[in-house]
Structure formats: C-alpha cells, structure tokens
Design a protein around this ligand. Structure first.
Ligand code: IVH
Length: 666
C-alpha cells in the first residue's frame, strides 16, 4: 500500500470514529475546526488520487447524486406492521394470548415507537450497499443515496456476511422546527409533523437537499441475522447492532406485563422531554426461539404489539386571525384562541400557514377547533368542529394588500405563500432587525423583539448598522419608559461585545435568502473575510459542496445592492468583525481629501467617523486650514465651523456626509 493510500485509510477510520463520537454518543472528541481539517485533507487526497476514492468514504455523506426517479426494490422479506394496543387491557389480553400459546412465562422488551418511516439497510461484505423505503412492505424505493447522507448510518461494518437491518428514519423536534421555518421563508408548504418532514426529505431526488435536512435513524431489527450472528434475543441483537456502530433506540426488559404497564405510564409524560417524537412504545417478546413458535399473521408478527399514546389534543375557540409579515415578506395568518393546555403546556396561538391551509380546513374566526402540538412543539389547528360553528361566520381571506405597508402582494408560481414585494416594508425591516440581534445571529444579550419595536418607534434604529450607533443616543434611551441607566449600560455593553463575534454571525444576521446558520458557517470557513466572500464569483461559491446554485445566486444578488454595500461599510467603520477588517479603501469619495470633524455627532463616535472617512480614501485633520476640503459638523459646532465658513470650505451635516458615502459606495 502506498503512503498516500495509507494516509487516506487512516483519515477515513479516524473521521468515522469522530463521527461516531459526535453522532452516536453525543460526545465530540475534537473541535469543529480540527474535524474540518482532517475532512478537508481527506477530500483533497481523494480528488487528487481518484484511484483511491471509495463510495463508503465519510466524504460521501454530503450528497450530490441527483436522480430522476427512484428505482423499485423488492424486499427479500416482507416488512410487517404491528397490531395496536390502546390501553392496559389490550396489553393484558396480548400477554394472555402469548403465554397461552407458548404455555410458558414470557419476558418482554419495550422500545420507543419512533414516529418516522421504516427503511431496510443492506450490507454486503461489510459495506453498506442499499437503503430502501418500506413501500407496501413487499416493494419499496431505492433511497441509497439519501440514506448515505445520514451520519448515524455506518457505511462499513465489521461483519462480512450479507446483513439486513431495519430501522426508523426520523427528524428530531429541533430539526423539524428548523426545516419548517426554512420552508415558510421559501414560501413552501410547511410539514405537518416530523414524520412527514422526514418522509419528504428521504424522498428527495437531489441527495444534497436530503443531506441538508439532518435526518437521523434508529435501528431496531436485524433480519437474517439470527443465523449469521450469535444472538438469541432482542437484547442480544441490540448489543450486536451497537458493536457494529448502529444507533439503537433505548430498550428495557421486563419480566411481567404489569411492569410493562407501569413503565408505559411513566413514559406517557416523559416522552415530551425526548428530543424526537414517539407515538407509542413497541412491546416485543425478547427471545427469538419463542418468536419462532408464535409466528406471524399475513400482516403482523404475533410476538409484538405497539402501544399507541392517546393523541394529545384540546378544544378551544378562535378569537381572532391576525396577519403577520415576515422578514422575507411572507404574509402569515396566525390564529389567536382561548388558551388551552396541550401536551404539558398552555398554548394560545397557532400559525395557519397560508390561504390554502385555511381553505382546506375551512378555518374561520369564532370556530371551535381541535389543537395539538405538531412534533410535540409547534401548536397547530387540526380540525374544525363544524357542529359548533356560529351561524354568522364567514370564510377567512388574507388581505390583497400588505397589512403593514399596503403594497401589492404576489403569489409566485409553485408557492403557497403570499408575499409583500415592497423592499422597504417596515414590517420586513422590523423582522430583519429582530433577526439580526437574535441568538442565532449577532446574539446580543437582552436585545429582544420588544426592544427592537421600541427603538424603531422612537426613530433610533432603521437599518442594521444603526444598532451600533445606539450608544450615541444614551440619554434618549435612558428616558424611555421602563429603561434605567443600568439596563441601558448592560445593553450597550452587549452590543459592543457583539462587534467581535465570529463573522459568520454577521452573515446569518444579514438574513440573505437561503443563507442560514449552517451555510453561513460553511461560507465563513471557505472565505475567511467578508470581503473575499463579497468578491467571490458564482463558480467559487458553487465549488463548495454545501452551496448550490440558488444559494450562490442569492449571495451575488445580495452583495450587488448599493444600499447593502453602504450598510456593510458602516458596520465595518463601527468596528464590527468581518473576518479580518476590510482593507482600507484608498480610492473613494474622499480620495486625496482632508476632512475636519467638529461638534457632537449623533450617528458616529469620533473614532467611527474617522474610520469611515479613511475607508473612503480620505484623511482626518484636527484643525481647519486652507488645505481642508470638507468640514463635517455635528451639534454645537463652534469656532471650526465659523472658520470653515470664512474660508468658504464646504460644510457637511452628518446626513449629507452619510449620503455622500452611501451614494458612492454603491
Ligand atoms: S418493530 C415486525 N420497533 O412502527 C416488527 N417498529 O406499526 C416490525 N416503528 O412499520 C416493527 N419504532 O416503522 C418496531 N422500535 C420499533 C419501532 C417500530 C417505530 C415503526 C415501524 C413499523 C411501525 C409498526
């Protein structure tokens, strides 16, 4: 084996091990950047030496293959379903039947019933060769490319005989919320629950999209393994699966059905604390030999049963349907109802997504509705109780114009969302500011939505850069109702601190369409300064695995706007970290000019305006002379302003100064 090949193999096994630590054990062993360094080294070697490339390399998890259809797959053994139990009586009856049939005592295992979709994974010679959906149990679809992107699926295992394992592909509650937020931002239909979102993601023809969804898997079954491996029970099988590095569900063993029933009661509550959704528990006969004797019916095994949790729903009435405008202009209806308790917490509102959703369920103000929490997190109106509808009710229609700026709204082909198309819609700007200061973006402590609203109302901020001039309004801030000197001090400190954030946070904060936290982190890795990113041609962007054409175009379009450049220049002048600081511009509106600044400025501190002048090519001087080209005046400008007037030197107010740089920066 050549040195190169050895290095490639070593990197692969090291990365596989680190992946396991991260994705299986939730215990990262190295920092992200150390991991990235290894990963990038491997990727570079594989592309330089294609002869040593391999389909089961950890670099093949990012997707890439785009299919036109999914091939059909004939399952070797039918994927059965399970009979359901809904209460303790059903479980006792099941136990009675089983023990009677076997004529002996039975030990059970209990696993969570993951609310996702079943897949069958095939391994040959220790390599992952195929992943297929359940389909109708006999025939499924070949989703190999997408399954490969699931980090917790081992691409190779220490077992040479053919092996089929089955499990449930799912999305965590957190991923579900993320994906739905993204869907709505794109004007696409939101998924009703994590299962639908997982199914939609696993059935993506473009595996890059599937890769971006963060799917996960729990494996719970080894097929044709009993002969090939030394396992005699479900517990043994799980041990075996774990040694092959599969991610298994939790599993408990119980000697009696009564203990199973007690356990189920505790899980009824605990399930809300799990990071993924479960819709019940699966009770299985532990010993394979007993399973053999019990056999299967046409549809389901006689040795297992699914206990289904009751759907957690509540009835309430809709008081009002509000209409909101989001950061990207998407107009969303929001149902406000009498608060009710569902799945452990009180909810009082739920998004109705779009007009199609409202029409389909015919939701109206005054209706009595059933509400639940989709994915255990997102409040949702499931259906209307028509028998309780007041006679006076009328269908609900979204307004034809933006409810905030009254501009025209449009619905693009293929989208369900209605959008306000006015770039300067105050609602959009407000949401953008809220997003900019939020935890995922600039993470400014104590700067919540309510503050953004107050500051906008008082004319203190209207663009992102204004966040960094708030300290110049200290007095106004302290006089606002409900604000004290201390809280303002704390806020200003938090704002100041955010200037030295990692620059990917700034990228997130811009709210560039399609560029979320993950894409921003990736971009910041490949383009270590904002300046290099701004100058990147489309090919340089799409050369990055995770960045597709649409994202690249969105970036180019964003950075081509003059007002955006001006805003970025201001942020730069205020000292907001942009990787390494943007290079001083030697050519600019003030090239070769000398400026004097005098009086109290509202938008800039002295250091800030100095930086802005210099980044636009100018020099700053302390005193006015015949060589001075401009004098920028703030409030209470004294003798320097007088002298400028005497020498007929052009005087700029702060606004005129800003206009000059903003016009030219574009
Ligand atoms: S065992 C022959 N275990 O529930 C037994 N199924 O209604 C096959 N499911 O199609 C199923 N979690 O997709 C089993 N821990 C678990 C499960 C589980 C979720 C799903 C599975 C199956 C459906 C049965």
């Amino acid at each position: 084996m050549s040195e190169i090949q050895k290095r490639i193999e070593a990197l692969r096994s090291q990365i596989d091990r680190l992946n396991d630590a991260y994705y299986l054990n939730d215990a990262p062993e190295v920092s992200d950047s150390e991991y990235d360094a290894l990963y990038n080294e491997l990727r570079a070697l594989e592309s330089e030496y294609p002869a040593f490339d391999s389909p089961d390399s950890p670099t093949k998890r990012v997707g890439g293959a785009v299919l036109s259809i999914f091939e059909k797959v004939q399952h070797t053994r039918t994927l059965l379903s399970l009979d359901n139990a809904y209460d303790a009586e059903d479980l006792r009856a099941f136990n009675k039947r089983v023990e009677k049939e076997l004529g002996e005592h039975v030990v059970y295992t209990v696993e969570p019933k993951i609310d996702g979709l079943t897949v069958a994974l095939l391994y040959e010679n220790g390599k992952f060769v195929r992943g297929a959906t359940r389909g109708d149990g006999e025939t499924g679809e070949d989703v190999t490319e997408n399954v490969k992107t699931i980090r917790s699926v081992p691409l190779s295992i220490a077992h040479a005989l053919p092996l089929e394992v089955r499990g449930e592909v799912f999305l965590s509650k957190a991923q579900f919320v993320k994906i739905n937020t993204q869907q709505e931002r794109l004007g696409k239909e939101a998924f009703a629950n994590p299962r639908n979102a997982a199914a939609g993601s696993l059935r993506q023809l473009d595996s890059k999209i599937a890769a971006s969804r963060g799917l996960d898997i729990f494996v719970f079954d080894v097929i044709n393994g009993v002969e090939g491996i030394d396992a005699h029970s479900q517990m043994d099988a799980f041990e075996k699966l774990k040694t092959w590095r599969f991610k298994t569900t939790s599993i408990e063993v119980f000697e009696h059905m009564e203990s199973v029933i007690e356990y189920i009661e505790t899980m009824q509550e605990k399930r809300h604390q799990l990071p993924y959704e479960i819709d019940g528990l699966v009770i299985k006969v532990n010993h394979f030999e007993q399973r053999e004797r019990l056999g299967v019916t046409a549809k389901s095994p006689r040795w297992a049963i699914a206990y289904k949790f009751p759907a957690e729903m509540a009835q309430t009435t809709i008081k009002e349907i509000q209409v909101q405008v989001g950061r990207t202009g998407v107009i969303t209806p929001l149902a406000i109802f009498e608060p009710v308790k569902v799945a452990g917490s009180v909810i009082g509102k739920a998004t109705l997504h779009n007009q199609d959703y409202i029409d389909e369920k015919d939701i109206r103000v005054g209706d009595t509705v059933f509400v639940q929490k989709a994915g255990d997190v997102i409040p949702a109106v499931v259906r209307v109780e028509l028998s309780k509808r007041p006679g006076t009710s009328v269908p609900f229609k979204l307004p034809e114009n933006c409810p905030v700026c009254a501009s025209q709204t449009i619905r693009k082909a293929g989208e369900v969302a209605l959008r306000c198309i006015n770039e300067n819609c105050p609602a959009k700007i407000k949401r953008l500011l809220m997003h900019f200061v939020s935890r995922t973006a600039m993470n400014i402590d104590g700067f919540g939505d309510a503050l953004v609203e107050v500051f906008i109302e008082n004319g203190l901020i209207e663009s992102l850069a204004d966040v960094y001039t708030l300290h110049t309004h200290r007095e106004t801030l302290e006089n606002l109702e409900g604000f004290g000197e201390k809280s303002i001090q704390k806020l200003l400190e938090a704002i100041e601190k955010s200037k030295s954030n990692d620059y990917y946070r700034l990228l997130v904060g811009f709210g560039i369409p399609l560029i979320g936290e993950k894409a921003a982190k990736t971009l910041a890795k490949y383009f270590p300064t904002l300046e290099s990113l701004m100058g990147a041609p489309v090919e340089a962007l799409t050369a990055i695995d995770e960045i597709g054409d649409k994202m690249a175009n969105s970036l180019i379009q964003y950075f081509s706007q003059p007002e955006i450049i001006a805003m970025i220049n201001r942020l730069n002048a205020y000292g907001v970290n942009m990787g390494t600081a943007l290079k001083a511009v030697t050519e600019g509106v003030f090239s070769g000019k000398t400026l004097v600044v005098t009086g109290t400025l509202t938008r800039f501190s002295r250091d800030e305006i100095k930086a802005v002048i210099e980044s636009n090519g100018g020099k700053v001087s302390g005193s006015v002379s015949a060589k001075t080209d401009f004098v920028v005046i703030g409030e209470n400008a004294g003798s320097k302003a007088d002298k400028a007037a005497q020498l007929s030197i052009p005087i700029l107010t702060e606004e005129q100064f800003l206009l000059m740089i903003e016009e030219v920066s574009g």
